[in-house]
Design a protein around this ligand. Sequence first.
Ligand SMILES: [Fe+2]
Ligand SMILES: [Fe+2]
Length: 132
Amino acid sequence: MRVTWNREDSVGIPLFDKHHMELFDIINDFTSGSESGHKKEATEVALTDLFKYAKEHFTAEEDAMKKVSYPKYEEHKTQHQDFVQIIQEVKAKMETDHELANEVLTILLSTWLKTHISDMDKEYTPYLKGKV
Ligand SMILES: [Fe+2]
Ligand SMILES: [Fe+2]
């Protein structure tokens, strides 16, 4: 399933919107690769890219939230950590069952980022707008 970044996905902070669009690109490259029969390679590339770019993005958000003493900082950070942990688990799964790793990643990526943006990221907008 492809994910599309729409206006309503904007968190009102250009840098973070840019990060989100880049993450959507990684997800879509993964989907295209998987659908065209290159599941193993697509999964490997997505895991490497997500590990790097998602972590960078999460750190940027967490630093910004911390700076303004955002009240839901801990809760938000926990969601980021949970995501990174799943990515690590999928990475480990690649060694023994890359088909399953691909399936898990497909399910995770079809919903996680969209949901995280709408449920968590958007809540920081009033605190961070104009400050990042
Ligand atoms: Fe976030
Ligand atoms: Fe985010």
